[in-house]
Design a protein around this ligand. Sequence first.
Ligand code: SF4
Length: 345
Amino acid sequence: MTSTDQQPFLSVRDLKVHFSTEDGVVKAVDGLSFDLAKGKTLGIVGESGSGKSVTNLTILGLHDRDRTAIDGEILLDGKELLTATERELEQLRGNKMSMIFQDALASLSPYHTIGKQIGETYRKHTGASKAEARTRAIEMLRRVGIPQPDVRVDDYPHQFSGGMRQRAMIAMALVCDPELLVADEPTTALDVTVQAQIMDLLKDLQQEFGTAIIFITHDLGVIADIADDVLVMYGGRCVERGTKKEVLRAPQHPYTWGLLGSMPTLDGPVDVPLTPIPGSPPSLLNPPTGCRFHPRCTFKEKVQGGLCSTEQPLLEITDGRGAACHLTADQRRDYFADQTATRSH
Ligand code: SF4
């Protein structure tokens, strides 16, 4: 369950997504479970190749069905998505669930006006007339803060700035009032001011529409701003889960410590150097045995019997909180107390 006592709107259980490639099978997602309630935001954080984007493409049914082996369960408002037909998924996308991506320019067609693209999405799912769709497009552009929406509705994507294109994509994603919005690094390519505006816009729209949001990012600063709950992914698995406060204020997993340690803090001392996580993310063709983080983990020596390289730590979740690590609770508490002291000195 999430941090609230609401029933989950989206429920993912033991999801496995494996791709066949010429070099072998890539275990992109390997046993992932989480819930998301209506009107809440789940932040999924991790490096490139951690499985966060693959998870969301699978939820949206946008994976390559011929080359992908999927196991597990994805329930959206009680409907099983993994056994849904392409037609059913098509109907759900845009209507019940929608998405925004990092690159608005690649997601918008250069050949059609912004208004036509937003309007067509609306028409496809509601059967509205062209005139109704245009009115709706103007209304959505106004909601996302495009000035003179009744004029700009006839612009082509190249006539919009990067921030405006991102807003237009959000307008298109929300035109049918979806109940689930997947936002995959939607602000990464934007400058900080526009980034902040887009985040505020998403929060406002969430309040207005009650949308459940999955927000994918590699940036814990963004998570701190927008998420209710956080799921940290590494090597295709969830390594830590909890509320935003729990994960950011009292993280339990060495990988999350690493992510936090490589991030500047506003209130921390300027003379404490940032420490990047050593090494690189694991190959998912041939993932490390035991804990997938062990080749990069500077804490594995503290665990008896070389367990980290031989036995996969279980993710035990209690009240939405848990981390997959062989360190004892005392070891984690001691480490984090030391770290907090160093960073606040
Ligand atoms: Fe590090 Fe071992 Fe914990 Fe993995 S299980 S994060 S290798 S201490």
